[in-house]
Write a protein that binds this ligand. Structure first.
Ligand SMILES: [Zn+2]
Length: 382
């Protein structure tokens, strides 16, 4: 989906001087029907039942990890609600309203997300939402989505609570969040909750093979390391991630056999990845240091799985399964758990803006020591 960025319709033009603008964007293109969304059958059934009722609730809380169809579902709901002749609760795709939506010429789908360089949804964005709601929608229904609603500041959440109590007719509010417990209970209780599940690996693999023309092994690896998030899998197969992943895992494989000095050099190289934090924090598709840590985590997780028994079918790095099997026995479970904790600490330290070079020195040398102490030294050649 494409977000066209700045807001420049008739209303902003009339906004008072000094008013904060551009706090939401209008989505263009990629509107979808319920039938075109992968999985999430329960959510689809629930929303279709809701539409069939006379009185449509005005607020929804869509919960689940990013990239599993929450925004697509909000778009499908917009189409179905505004369609002149719905088919089985779905938009028809042919009526003037559906066509307008599919052409990307639909002003009544508003999307609020965290502004660049900010960490929260701010009170000014909620004020702008309120201002928009003050105008009647052009269509039958206007749908407003707030992404990562759990990041609303207290001020924003309290202001939003008032909006939620009594939005003007014809407006549907949708909050997207990972977990309901991250939101004020008073907000959660005023919304219809719709839970989204991570997508089944098999469904993702089939989709990636068919739609993205990937070979099955690569599709399976992407589906597994994305933990059921199609959005993340699509992010990963674009940009430079796949090449970088090979490089990151190769470094980790040789680490146990390196001298302390060479390990130190590797830490410096890894710190250079910090130019970019990672795919989840940037929109340019370039992978960074957090993605490297996620891959390292997946590596130790795979070793742990192999140590716990013959569970090859659960491996994330399926394309490295031969290598993983060869080295798994050199690691003890305690050392693998400590390695995972070391990586988790590194991630938290980087997010807190601790010195990247020091964090990576501590992490790389720590991982080397954990492998070395348990006799894994030299496994690079196995
Ligand atoms: Zn229609």
């Amino acid at each position: 989906m494409l977000c066209v960025g700045t807001h420049s319709d008739r209303r902003s033009a009339c906004a008072p001087k000094g008013a904060v603008r551009n706090h939401f964007c209008i989505y263009k293109m990629s509107y979808m029907l319920f039938s075109q969304i992968l999985g999430q059958e329960r959510a689809k059934r629930f929303l279709k039942q809701v539409i069939a009722r006379d009185k449509i609730p005005h607020a929804y809380l869509f919960t689940g990890i990013p990239g599993i169809g929450k925004t697509s579902m909000a778009m499908a709901l917009t189409m179905a609600l505004n369609c002149d002749s719905p088919v089985d609760g779905d938009g028809c795709g042919r009526c003037p309203s559906c066509r307008k939506i599919m052409r990307g010429n639909f002003p009544d789908f508003l999307s609020f997300k965290i502004l660049p360089d900010k960490k929260n949804i701010l009170i000014d964005q909620i004020r702008e939402l309120n201002r928009e709601l003050g105008f009647a929608p052009f269509a039958k229904y206007r749908v407003c989505v707030i992404h990562q609603a759990e990041t609303m500041t207290d001020e924003a959440a309290n202001s939003f609570l008032k909006t939620l109590e009594e939005p003007p007719p014809g407006n549907i509010l949708i909050l997207n969040a990972k977990e309901p417990r991250d939101l004020l209970p008073t907000i959660v209780s005023r919304c219809q909750r719709v839970a989204f599940q991570p997508l089944p690996i098999k469904d993702m693999v089939n989709w990636l093979v068919k739609e993205k023309d990937l070979d099955e092994e690569k599709a399976e690896m992407l589906a597994r390391i994305s933990a059921g998030s199609l959005g993340r899998a699509l992010n990963l197969c674009g940009g430079n991630f796949l090449d970088k992943r090979q490089e990151w895992l190769s470094r980790l494989i040789v680490l146990p056999g390196l001298s302390r000095e060479k390990g130190f050099e590797m830490a410096v190289e890894c710190a250079a990845e910090a130019k970019r934090m990672g795919l989840d924090t940037t929109e340019d598709g370039e992978a960074g240091i957090l993605d490297m840590l996620t891959m390292w985590e997946s590596w130790y997780r795979d070793l742990l799985i192999l140590n716990a028994g013959d569970m090859t079918h659960l491996l994330m790095n399926v394309d490295f399964s031969h290598k993983l099997k060869n080295i798994a026995e050199h690691f003890k479970i305690d050392s693998l758990i400590d390695s995972l904790l070391t990586i988790d600490r590194a991630r938290r330290d980087l997010i807190r803006n601790r010195n990247t070079k020091l964090v990576m020195e501590h992490t790389v040398l720590g991982l080397r020591r954990l492998a070395d102490a348990l006799g894994a030294k030299g496994t690079a050649q196995s």
